[in-house]
Design a protein around this ligand. Structure first.
Ligand SMILES: [Zn+2]
Ligand SMILES: [Zn+2]
Length: 271
C-alpha cells in the first residue's frame, strides 16, 4: 500500500521564459516525534553520510581561508542543534574519499517511490537510540512529481518522517552555469542546511515556532528573509542574492535567531 509517506519538501525552480524562480512546496509535512526527541535530546553522536552518483558529486575542497566547504554545513547544523554545548560528536564528510560513490545510474527522472526504493538499497545510517543520522543522496536527473510532471527546477527534497535528503545535482549545476562556481558552491551548502533544517523539524515541521515567524503560506518556512529557512529561493536571483550577501558579509550563520530559538526551546523542552 502506498502510504502517504510522500511528504516531501521540494525546492524547485519554475521556468518562466528566461526567468527562473524557485518555489517550494510541501505535500505533507512532519518529522516524527521519535526522531525529534533523538535529535534534540537523546543522541550522543550525530552523523551525516553522503552518497553520490558518479558524475554528480557534491562540491568539495577548501575555501581561501583554508576551511572545507563542508564546514559551512557542519558549523550551521552544529549551531542549530547546540552540539558542542551538548557534547555531541558530529561527523560529516568533507572530501569525496569520505563519501560513497555510486556507479552511474543515468536516470533522467526520479519519482518519489524510486527515490525511496533507491535509499532502501543503500547502506544508509539509521537513527538508533543514541545515534542521530542524516543521509544525503546526490543524483543526476530531475524530480518527477506525483502527477508525473517533470520538475526541471527541483533542487532538493527532504523525504518527510525519514532522515533522507536528495539533491538533484543537475539543477545545482545550472546555478554554476548561470552564476558561477563560487555562488553555486555556497548555494549547495545552503540548500543542504535548509533541507536538514526541515529534517530537524523547522519551521512547525515538528518543532513549534516560539515567535511569529512561521510562513504558513509557504509551509514550513521562516518569514525572516535573512534566515536560511526563508522561502528564500523564490527565484535564482534571490537565491544568488542571498548567497552573495553571505559571501560579502562573511556571515556564516545561516539560521536566523527565531529558528535558533525554536531549536533551543525544543532542547529545553526535554530537560
Ligand atoms: Zn524548505
Ligand atoms: Zn528562521
Amino acid at each position: 500500500m502506498l502510504k502517504v509517506m510522500l511528504s516531501l519538501i521540494l525546492l524547485f525552480l519554475v521556468s518562466c521564459g528566461q526567468e527562473k524562480s524557485h518555489t517550494e512546496i510541501i505535500l505533507l509535512s512532519g518529522q516524527s516525534e521519535s526522531n525529534l526527541s533523538l535529535y534534540f535530546d537523546k543522541m550522543q553522536s550525530f552523523e551525516s553520510k553522503v552518497f553520490y552518483e558518479r558524475g554528480h558529486e557534491p562540491y568539495v575542497g577548501t575555501r581561501i581561508n583554508g576551511k572545507a566547504y563542508w564546514d559551512f554545513f557542519g558549523r550551521n547544523i552544529s549551531t542549530l542543534l547546540r552540539l558542542e554545548e551538548r557534547s555531541i560528536s558530529f561527523s560529516y564528510p568533507k572530501t569525496l574519499s569520505e563519501m560513497t560513490e555510486l556507479r552511474a545510474i543515468n536516470k533522467d527522472s526520479w519519482t518519489t517511490q524510486e527515490l525511496i526504493s533507491k535509499f532502501s538499497e543503500l547502506p544508509v545510517i539509521k537513527n538508533t537510540e543514541a545515534l542521530g543520522a542524516v543521509n544525503i543522496l546526490f543524483v543526476g536527473g530531475l524530480f518527477k512529481n506525483n502527477d508525473g510532471e517533470l520538475q526541471n527546477g527541483v533542487l532538493g527534497i527532504y523525504i518527510s518522517d525519514t532522515n533522507n535528503i536528495v539533491i538533484f545535482k543537475d539543477v545545482v549545476k545550472e546555478i554554476e552555469e548561470n552564476q558561477g562556481i563560487r555562488v553555486a558552491r555556497f548555494s549547495e551548502q545552503s540548500l543542504l542546511v535548509h533541507e536538514v533544517g526541515h529534517a530537524m523539524g523547522l519551521v512547525e515541521n515538528g518543532v513549534p515556532a516560539q515567535s511569529d515567524h512561521h510562513d504558513k503560506e509557504h509551509g514550513s518556512h521562516c518569514t525572516n528573509q535573512d534566515c536560511v529557512m526563508h522561502w528564500l529561493n523564490e527565484g535564482a536571483t534571490d537565491m544568488s542574492n542571498y548567497v552573495r550577501r553571505l559571501i560579502l558579509t562573511g556571515d556564516e550563520n545561516l539560521f536566523g535567531q527565531h529558528c535558533l530559538e525554536d531549536a533551543a526551546q525544543k532542547i529545553r523542552s526535554y530537560q
